[in-house]
Design a protein around this ligand. Structure first.
Ligand SMILES: Nc1ncnc2c1ncn2[C@@H]1O[C@H](COP(=O)(O)OP(=O)(O)OP(=O)(O)O)[C@@H](O)[C@H]1O
Length: 122
């Protein structure tokens, strides 16, 4: 049990580090918070909540793994190396794919509801 609590402590340390030092992680956190606020305002269904939560988790997880990869790359290869560049580029590509998936899912869920709202307000 003590080991589990210690592991959680390290995990929160990592989360704090990413939140404090990574502007991209801060942007993804803000986007996730906005999606949750929109979900509450637009009263999305349980199924839609599952998609929204999955998207938020996938984007934050890929961003955290990318940060981890970048940090390790900077440690192992502080000077220019083609493979270090590939490592960072592939990590960044994973984040872009996750973010695109989240944007498309968000558009499918929220756009019709937002359009409907304006349609009825007009
Ligand atoms: N050691 C390196 N060797 C070769 N290319 C590198 C190296 N470090 C970075 N690069 C190239 O520069 C790009 C930007 O890297 P940089 O370290 O500036 O930002 P990042 O760590 O990818 O992202 P962030 O701005 O979120 O910290 C990388 O995607 C890679 O193409």
């Amino acid at each position: 049990m003590k080991r589990l609590v210690r592991s959680f402590g390290f995990a929160f340390k990592g989360l704090r580090y990413a939140t404090k030092t990574q502007p991209n992680f801060q942007i993804h956190l803000a986007a996730g918070t906005t999606a949750v606020a929109l979900g509450l305002c637009l009263k999305i269904s349980a199924d839609e909540w599952l998609w929204v939560m999955a998207c938020i988790a996938i984007v934050l997880i890929t961003e955290l793994l990318n940060t981890s990869l970048e940090t390790l790359t900077d440690l192992v290869s502080p000077t220019y190396h083609e493979k270090a560049g590939h490592t960072k580029d592939v990590g960044a590509a994973a984040v872009v794919i996750a973010a695109l998936f989240a944007i498309i899912t968000g558009a499918i869920i929220f756009l019709p509801k937002i359009i409907n709202l304006f349609w009825h307000a007009a």
